[in-house]
Design a protein around this ligand. Structure first.
Ligand code: NAD
Length: 248
């Protein structure tokens, strides 16, 4: 049994961080999971009963289509892949803008476009997109293009939800605050010089948290499981903030 028993789930960016925690949580709740990531090496130790791993760069439209065709149809899709640029309106480069929108927004569209017909054929499905508290909920310093892309995710989520609500499809997104993942470590390292050392940079990220700590990936995965499971059957078109009170 389990809260996702009998459901077939697709996860992008499952190699580390929130995607990985969610793939594990899905499997623990009885789902069969296709866990994908651009970096096959990060998936190697994720394969286990209930979890099939598959290398997939979500920027590759043809690979998205063929992977979903080969492993689907899916009951649940979790669009997790994304990248956090640190820039502002003046420093953002054209390349950063294009890459951020391609990865954080366009790839979610392409995954949904590939997976939705299979869901409709089965009479329903749940889509969960990764947004962020940074974006439509809160303007965060030095997160210019990141915030723009994550706000776009909220709009895309609500649009998909509106078009398919009567066909058994639910589409929601999650808006985490700061989560302790490998890429956060990279952002902390990138800020270390300006902050006066690695510890000071980390303390700055923790210091802006109302709870005095960061989220764990597992805490975000628990919300994604809820939004993926039949127990949230009446929840759609929502952007759910999970931020330890950061935006309060
Ligand atoms: P992470 O950034 O540490 O890891 C990202 C994973 O994505 C890696 O395994 C990487 O190989 C994979 N990836 C990168 N490009 C890819 C591509 N083109 N195709 C497929 N996979 C690709 O993980 P994280 O910090 O948990 O972030 C995951 C998502 O959560 C992102 O969308 C991020 O914006 C969002 N988010 C993170 C935080 C945070 O504080 N960490 C907060 C809010 C939202």
């Amino acid at each position: 049994a389990g809260r996702l028993a009998g459901l077939h789930c697709f996860v992008t960016a499952a190699g580390q961080g929130i995607g990985r925690a969610t793939a594990l949580a899905y499997a623990a709740e009885g789902a069969t999971v296709v866990a994908t990531d651009r970096d096959a090496a990060k998936l190697a130790d994720l394969a286990r009963p209930g979890i099939t791993v598959q290398a997939l760069d979500v920027l590759d439209d043809a690979a998205v289509k063929s992977t979903i065709a080969a492993h689907g149809p899916f009951d649940v899709v979790f669009n997790c892949a994304g990248f956090v640029h640190q820039n502002d309106v003046l420093s953002c480069t054209d390349a950063e803008w294009d890459f951020a929108f391609a990865l954080n927004v366009r790839s979610q569209w392409k995954v949904i476009q590939a997976a939705l017909p299979g869901m409709l054929g089965q009479g329903g499905g749940a889509i969960v997109n990764m947004a962020s508290a940074a974006g439509s909920v809160k303007g965060v310093a030095n997160r210019f293009v990141y915030g723009a892309t994550k706000a776009a995710v909220v709009g895309m989520t609500k649009s998909v939800a509106a078009d398919y609500v009567a066909k058994g499809i639910r589409c929601n997104c999650v808006c985490p605050g700061t989560v302790d993942t490998p890429s956060l470590g990279e952002r902390i390292a990138a800020n270390a010089q300006a902050a006066g050392g690695l510890e000071a940079a980390r303390a700055a990220f923790v210091g802006r948290q109302a709870m005095g700590r960061l989220s764990t990936p597992e805490e975000i995965a628990a919300l994604v499981v809820y939004l993926s499971a039949p127990e949230s059957a009446f929840v759609t078109a929502q952007a759910i903030v999970i931020d330890g009170g950061w935006t309060n």
